[in-house]
Write a protein that binds this ligand. Structure first.
Ligand SMILES: Cc1ncc(COP(=O)(O)O)c(C=O)c1O
Length: 433
């Protein structure tokens, strides 16, 4: 293998459309670490973009996947059933709050498409309410309900029609200038007002909502907002779709983020981590809904691939063990407290937020405006220390942390130290602790 050729091959052979964040060529990984072809080791706090819940090449998942590979690769779940998919469904059902039937697909965007199609199919109503700031994927339907960044939509119109965007309750940058302590959820009132001006509720089939916003900025909505949104859906007969492609599978310290809000959606969308690092996505709904979707109305050649299901099952058996979520919660809280301590020394950190191990810091200028440069300089500093992190938010001024859920606390401790150092490296005076 010619290393120099490998390092130059990407721009020569690939479109630049999916923005490549590093030029690393990686050939091996384990747990929280990636190893490049040059023999360098990087701490990976991105994990395939919040996908490897237990880190790279977890032995139990690798064994389950390779065992499955030797018995049955692809046969198509459209044609036959096989144990790994059936067992994964049965295991998932223990956690989905009563949602007891599933569709298995391949990617996050694909399951968003499926959710929109199912909602339209069974409600007969075409309008969808989505949220400013939310991200749902890159296919046409998913892009149509995505409001996180205009560049994801640029030059792709016309979109799937009848999508309306409501404000997301992004409290740190509340569009209604309220504070969480005295908030009267004006963002929801704005939506209700739209029912009189723009959106006839009789035409609405579904509301698609990220119970914790991912790509748009790792934003946690207030509980009272989510409760009220659920009520609006119930009262108007809208199907409530929770996109938990990023927040699901233990990331927030609960198996699913909906548990934080005490609301089970009508349709639950899972992706990323659900396949234990292999391509799998899942639509969950209850029997009454799913059974209205007749044979042949949807499908996928690869959906529910045996290997992805085997890895997903092995992972679920680990993260579903009693005590596992508690440990995620505790470690996440400890990490957030470290970030809050860092914020006391560095006012450039405008906000620290998160649930479980889905955490972020928002970098701001002295006037509170987003500081993208600062975020980039911290990413560059960490990269120079061989730590990979990722930004999010429309301005790219939010750093999100997506470590494996089972990462050792000591490793996170060193990340905080290096982050701390990153503020002085970029030349800004430190406040006294
Ligand atoms: C909440 C959410 N939904 C959908 C998607 C799309 O998933 P995929 O990239 O697998 O299509 C993502 C990806 O980041 C996501 O975060």
């Amino acid at each position: 293998m010619n290393k120099e050729w490998l390092k130059k091959a990407y721009p020569e052979h690939f479109t630049t459309a999916p923005k490549k964040v590093t030029n690393l060529v990686v050939e091996q990984a384990e747990g929280p670490y990636l190893h490049t072809i040059d023999g360098e080791r990087y701490l990976d706090l991105v994990q395939g973009i919040a996908t490897n819940a237990l880190g790279h090449c977890h032995p139990a998942l690798t064994a389950a996947a390779s065992n499955q590979l030797q018995k049955l690769g692809h046969a198509s779940f459209n044609l036959v059933s096989y144990p790994s998919a059936l067992l994964l469904a049965a295991e998932l059902r223990k956690h989905t709050g009563g949602l007891n039937k599933f569709l298995f697909t391949n990617t996050g965007a694909e399951v968003v498409e499926a959710g929109i199609k199912l909602a339209r199919y069974i409600s007969g109503n075409h309008s969808i309410i989505a949220f400013r700031g939310s991200f749902h994927g890159r296919t046409m339907g998913a892009t149509s309900v995505t409001g996180s960044n205009a560049k994801f939509r640029k030059h792709y119109s016309p979109f799937v029609p009848q999508v309306y965007f409501a404000p997301y309750p992004y409290c740190f940058r509340c569009p209604f200038h309220q504070r969480p302590e005295n908030c009267s959820i004006d963002c929801l009132k704005y939506l209700l007002d739209d029912f009189e001006h723009i959106i006839p509720p009789e035409d609405v089939g579904a509301v698609i909502f990220e119970p914790v916003m991912g790509e748009g900025g790792y934003v946690i909505p207030p509980g009272k907002y989510v409760e009220a949104l659920g009520r609006v859906c119930r009262e108007n007969g809208f199907l409530l779709i929770f996109d938990e492609v990023q927040s699901g599978m233990g990331r927030t310290g609960r198996m699913f983020a909906f548990e934080h809000f005490g609301i089970v959606p009508d349709l639950l969308l899972l992706g990323k981590a659900v396949g234990g690092g292999y391509p799998l996505s899942v639509l969950a709904a209850n029997r009454d809904i799913m059974d209205k979707w007749p044979p042949g109305s949807h499908g996928s050649t690869f959906g529910g691939h045996p290997v992805a299901c085997a890895a997903g099952l092995a992972q679920l058996q680990i993260i579903g063990e009693p005590g596992f979520m508690k440990s995620v919660d505790a470690k996440g809280e400890w990490f957030r407290n470290q970030l809050i301590a860092l914020q006391r020394r560095h006012p450039e950190i405008g906000d620290v937020r998160g649930l479980g191990m889905m955490n972020a810091i928002e970098l701001v200028k002295p006037d509170g405006e987003p500081d993208t440069e600062r975020a980039n300089s911290l990413v560059a500093h960490l990269f120079s220390r061989r730590i990979l992190i990722y930004t999010c938010g429309v301005k790219g001024n939010i750093i999100r942390f997506m470590p494996p859920l089972n990462i050792e606390q000591g490793i996170l401790e060193s990340v905080v130290e290096i982050l701390d150092e990153g503020f002085s490296v970029s030349g800004i005076e430190k406040k006294e602790a």
